[in-house]
Design a binder for this molecule. Sequence first.
Ligand SMILES: NC(=O)C1=CN([C@@H]2O[C@H](COP(=O)(O)OP(=O)(O)OC[C@H]3O[C@@H](n4cnc5c(N)ncnc54)[C@H](O)[C@@H]3O)[C@@H](O)[C@H]2O)C=CC1
Ligand SMILES: O=C([O-])CC(=O)C(=O)O
Length: 358
Amino acid sequence: MDGELSGASEVWWVSSQGFIPMFRTQMEEVSILRGSNCRAKGAAPGLKVAVLGASGGIGQPLSLLMKMNPLVSVLHLYDVVNTPGVTADISHMNTGAVVRGFLGQPQLENALTGMDLVIIPAGIPRKPGMTRDDLFNINAGIVRTLCEGIAKCCPNAIVNVISNPVNSTVPIAAEVFKKAGTYNPKRLLGVTTLDVVRANTFVGEVLGLDPRDVNVPVVGGHAGVTILPLLSQVNPPCSFTPEEISYLTSRIQNGGTEVVEAKAGAGSATLSMAYAAAKFADACLRGLHGDAGIVECSYVDSQVTELPFFASKVLLGRSGIEEILPLGPLNEFERAGLEKAKKELSESIQKGVSFVNK
Ligand SMILES: NC(=O)C1=CN([C@@H]2O[C@H](COP(=O)(O)OP(=O)(O)OC[C@H]3O[C@@H](n4cnc5c(N)ncnc54)[C@H](O)[C@@H]3O)[C@@H](O)[C@H]2O)C=CC1
Ligand SMILES: O=C([O-])CC(=O)C(=O)O
C-alpha cells in the first residue's frame, strides 16, 4: 500500500508550484482514509531518467515505456505544455519509478538536476512534402536551449537526441557542450534505432523470418540517402536478389516519409519511434548498469569515416560508448551508397556546427 503512494507523495513536495494543490488534495484524501498515518517513500535505487518533450506524440508513449522499465527509479517529464496531466496519468501506473512533472522553461533546471539519462524528443515533426532539414529552423534552437540546461545541471548524463534533423541536432548538442566545457563524446548519442527496427521488420517480411530474429546494421545518418542499410551484413546471413536490395534499401530510407504521408498532416512516426527510443534507452541503461556486450547502432562522434559524426554499431557500457565498431566489409552497392551519404551528412553536420558558432 505504501508503494502505491510513493509516486504521488514525491510529486507533492518536490515538483512545480502548479502541481501542489492537486497532489496535496490526493494526499489529504488518502491520509483521511488511512487515519493520517501514511508515510511518503523515496525512490528505490536505480537510474534517473528525464524525457524532454514528454507531452508530445513520441514523448507520451515513450514516457509510458520508461515508467515500465525496471532499471528506472525516477522519471522526470518535462515539456512546455500539458505535463501536469501526462504526469498525473503515468504516475498511477503501479511500477517502481517515481514520476515528477515539470512545466516550462523556469522548471527545466529542476527537471534535469541529478539525471543519469536525458532523452530529447522535443520539437516539431514533419508534414507531407517536408524534409527533415526543413525542421532545422525551429528544432535547432529547441535542442540548443535544452542542451544548455543539461550542461549546467547534469553534465555527466547520457544524452539521447531524437529531435530532427538528427544529422544536425547531434552536432548542435556537441557544440553546446564544447562551449560549456562539458563535452564528453562517449555520452552523446543520436537515436537512429527506428531505422534498424524498420530494416529488421522489412527484411523479416522478405525472408519470411520473425523480425525479432533479424539484425540489420544501418549506418550513416538519419535522413534519406544518409540512411544506409548494410544488407550484406544481415544476421542471420542471407542473400538477396538485386530487386530485393533495391526495394529494401528504398523502403528503409523512406520509412519516415511513408508514415508522414499516411498520417497526412497529423505528424510523423510516434508509436514505432517511442518503441525504438525505449529500446535504445534501455540499452544505454543496461550499459550504465554494467551489463556486458550491448551493441546498438547510433549516430555519434566518430572516426569510422573522415566525417566528425557518423552512425554505426557502438558498444555501450558504464561510461556510455565504450567502443565504436568498424563498418566491416561493404559491397560495391554499399560503397556507392556510402559516398552519397557522406556528401549529404557533411553539409548537415556543418550546418549544425555553424548554428551554434555563428
Ligand atoms: N530520431 C528519429 O528516428 C525520429 C525523430 N522524430 C522527431 O522527434 C521530434 C518530436 O516528434 P513528435 O513527438 O511527433 O512531435 P510532437 O509535436 O507531437 O511533440 C513534440 C513535443 O515537444 C514539445 N516542445 C516543443 N518545444 C519544446 C521545448 N523548448 N522544450 C520542451 N519541449 C518542447 C512540444 O510541446 C510537444 O509536446 C520531431 O522533431 C520529429 O521529427 C520523429 C520520429 C523519429
Ligand atoms: O520521418 C520523419 O520525419 C520522422 C523520422 O525521423 C522517422 O520516422 O524516421
